[in-house]
Design a protein around this ligand. Sequence first.
Ligand code: PEP
Ligand code: MG
Length: 945
Amino acid sequence: MSPQVKSKMVKKKTGKLKAKSTQKTAKGKKWVYLFDEVKAAEKYTGNWEGVRSLLGGKGSGLADMTRAGVPVPPGFTITTEACNWFRKTGNFPPGMWDQALAALKVTEKRAGKKFGDPKNPLLVSCRSGAKFSMPGMMNTILNIGLNDEVVEGLAKLSNNPRFAWDSYRRLIEMFGATVFNLDDEHFEHPMAEHKARKGYKSDTEMTAEDWRELVSVFKEVFKKQVGFDFPQDVYKQMEFATKAVFESWNGKRAIDYRRATGISDDLGTAVNIVTMVFGNMGDDSGTGVAFTRNPSTGDKLMMGEYLLNAQGEDVVAGIRNADPIEHLKEQMPKAYKEFMGITGKLEKHYKDMQDVEFTIERGKLWMLQTRNGKRTAKSTVKIAVDMAKEKLITKEDAVLRVTPENVDSLLHPQFDESAMKKAENDGAFFAKGVNASPGAAVGQVYFDADTTEKMTKEHKQDTIMVRPFTKPDDVHGMIASQGVLTSEGGATSHAAVVARQFGIPCVVGASSIKIDLENRQMTVGDVVVKEGEWISVDGNTGKVFLGKIPTSAPSLEEQTDLLTLLKWADEICARKDIRKVPNGWPTRGLQVWANADYPKDAQRARSYGAVGIGLCRTEHMFFEPERLPIVQRMILAGPGAERNQALDELLPYQRKDFDGLFEAMDGYPVIIRLIDPPLHEFMPDEEKLLEEVITMRVKGESDGLQAKEDLLTSIKGMHESNPMMGLRGVRLSISIPEIVEMQVRAIFEAAADCTLRKIKVKPEVMIPLTGTVKELEWIQPRLERIASAVMEEKKIKFEYKFGTMIEIPRAAVTAAEIAGHAEFFSFGTNDLTQMTYGYSRDDAERNFLITYQEQGILEKNPFQTIDRGGVGKLMQMAIVDGRKTRPNLEVGICGEHGGDPDSVEWCHMIGNNYVSCSPFRVPIARLAAAHSALKHAGSKIAEDK
Ligand code: PEP
Ligand code: MG
C-alpha cells in the first residue's frame, strides 16, 4: 500500500476531516426538488420507497401527481436530508437556500406570479411532510409572502379586501404561534375583545376594516412578544417558516406521536413550499374534499362536499353548510368534469380509493392532496372485491387488502364508536379485562347460570352472566346470555373457550371487579352494580361500561362481498404446489376446520366455510341435565355391572350426538375426541356438599345424610392437587377403559347408521393427552377391535382414522414413535403451551401474564398467539419426525390458537394440513390461511432447523 493512500485512510478516521469532506460534497448535493423532478429523486434513491424517505409522503405524492399530469399548484420540496443536517448543525446545509431560491424562481414562472410583488403577488404555504403521515403533529404555515404592501395589492387584485386582510392576520397569527411559539391566547384575546366591542357573534361578521384593524393589533402583539417587528421581507418569512418546520420534527407532539406509532426519530421531515391557491376569490372559486368511493359503504360513488367562495378550513370547520359534490356539476360543469376525470385517473394510478382535497381558483381546478382513503371494514371488503372485478387489482391483491381484523369486526355485533366514546366521557367506564371473545353485548347482570338462563328464557331479558370464573356446569347460563364477564381467568380459561366457541362476547379476568355473590352485586371502588342492572361488555377491547350502549349486528349470509372474498381466499389455498414441501406433505395451503360439539355448531361451521370438524369435545355432552346423573352414577359405581348399566344408558345419547354431527358434515372429516377431563369435574362441588352435610348434622337431619356422606367420601377420594396434570385424557381411558369403549362403539354405530342412510362419513377418533407411545399401544388396539366389530355387525365399511392430540412436550419430542400408531396428530396448543411454559392456563393471565407483557418479558400472550420459538418449535419438530415415520400423516391444530392469524401463519409454515377453530372464527382463519399462502408462496417450508 502506498504511504499516500495510507495517510488518507488515517485522516478519514478523524471526525473533523470526515465532516469537512462531507461538507464539500454537501454544496454540490441536491437538497431541493421541484415537483416535476421526481425522476431525479428516483435516480438518486433507487426506488419509490427511497423517494418517499427523501421527499416525505406529501412531497412524493405531489410530485407523483404532477408526473401523472394532474394540476398541482407549482412548488418544490426541501428534502428530509436537509432537515437532518439542520437538526445536527442548527444551520441549513451549504447550498440549500440558494437551491430553494432558484426553485422559487421557477415556481413564480409556473404560477405566473411574483413573490413579494404587490402587483401580482405569489403566496406560498410551507408544509411539513414526513415519510409516514403524522397528522397535525408538525408545523404548517400558510399565506407566506404577505406584508403591508402586498396585502394592499392582493386586496385590489382579488377585488376582495376582506379576504386579503383576513389572510394577512392569519399569517401573523400562525407565524407567532408556530415559528415563535407564542401562546394562542396573545391573539385570541384581542380578537375576542374586538368582536365583543362590535357585538359580533362569529368571525363571518368581521368586515375588511375589522380585519385591517386586527392586523395592526396583531403586529403590535408580535413585536411586544418576539422583540422585533413582524418581518416585511418575504424571503425572511420563508426562511423562518422553513426552519420552524424542521424544528417541529423535535416538538413534543411529534416525539410523542413517534413513540406511540414506532416511527423512527432519524427520518426527519421534508418541507414543501407550495403556491397558495384560493377558493375564496368569488363565486367562480371554491374548495372541497372528496372520497372517490363511499368510505363507509364502499359504494362506487364519489362522496364529498365543497363550498363556493371559501377556504379549505371553512369546509373542515363546518362553519357553513357544505354542498354535496354532485351540485358542482350544475354550478361549475367544466371544473366538475375535469375533477371527475382527474379523480378517476388518480384511482387508477394508485389502484385504491382516494381521499382528495381540491380548490377551484377562478374556474381553474387545483388538486392539493391525494392519499389512500381511510374506510370501514365493510367498505374495505367491498372496494377490494369491486376493484378486483373491475380488473384494477388482482384477486390476490383484494384478498391481501382485507385484514383478518376487518373480517372479525364484520361478524360480531359492534358498539357504535361515538356512543362508546360518549359513554367513556360520561364516566360510564366500569372495568377492563382480557378481550376473550369479540363482539358487543348489552344486558342485565346475573351472578349465576341458573338465574341467567331463567331471566333470559322465562322473562325474555337480555342478560350478562357475571361470575368470578366459569365451569362446565355454567354453560347453559353462558349460552342463554348475551355476554359473559368474569373477574378471573385468561384467554384460554373455560369462560373464554366456551364463549368463543358459541360466539358469545366475553371479557375475562377483569380483576378490579369484586363480586359479592352473597349480596348479589359487584363493585369497582365505590361503584356498585346490583343484580338486574344494565351493563355493556365489549369483547373487542375488554372494556365494560355501566348502562346500555347501542349495537348493530351483521350476518355472514347477507355479506355477499365478504363471501366472494372468502371464496377467492379458499381458491388460493386450494392451489396445488403453493407450498414447497418435502414428499408426502400437503402442497396446497391450509384448510380450515372447526371445533364443534353439537350438530347446530357443525351446521354453523359449514355455513362459515369449515371443511371438517377438528375437535368435538365429547365431555360437553355429559353435562346435559338428563345425562349428568347417569354419568355420576357410572363414575361412582366402580368397575362391574352397575357401571356397565350406566354406560349402556349413555350409549344411545352419544350415538345420537355423533349421528347428528356426521349428517351435518356430510362426508367431511369429523374428529371426535375421547373423554378428556378429570372425573371430579362431573361431580357436585366438594365444598358445597360438605356444607350441606355439616348443616344436616347440626340440625340433626338424618334423611339422606348417609348417601351425602358416601358421596362426599367418594369425591374426596378423587381429589388431586394438580388435576390438569392428573387422571385425565388417555390416562383416564387406561384406568377406566369402559367409558371410551362405549364412546368408540357409539361413534362407529352412528357412522354405520349414516352410511346405511347414504350419508358419507369420515370419523376420526382422537386420543387426548398422550405422553408416551406405550399408552397408544395399550388403548388403541382395544378400540380398533371395537371399530371392526361394529362394522362387521352392521356389515358395512367406511374410511376412518385413529390419531392423537399432541399436547404434552414429551409427545412432540417422541413424535416419530407416536406416528407409528397415530394416523393423525392434532396439536392441543392450550395444554401444550401450559406444559411447555409451565404456566397454568387458568391462572397465568390473572396472576402475572399481563405484567410480563407490560414488562416486555413476553411479547405476546402465548395462550392467544403461538410462541414460535418454544411451543412452535416443538410443533415443527413433531411434524418433521412424525412424517419421517408416516409421510402422509395428517396434522392439525385444535387449541385456541387455530383462529389466531399469526398462529395460522405458523401452522402454514410448518406444514399443517388444517387449522381448527371456533365456528365464528372460521372466516378469519380462511382469510389468514390465504394471506399465509400468498406471503410464503414459492418459499421452501422449513423442515427442522
Ligand atoms: C388443547 O389443550 O389445546 C385442547 C384443544 O384441549 P382442551 O382445551 O380441551 O384441553
Ligand atoms: Mg387439551
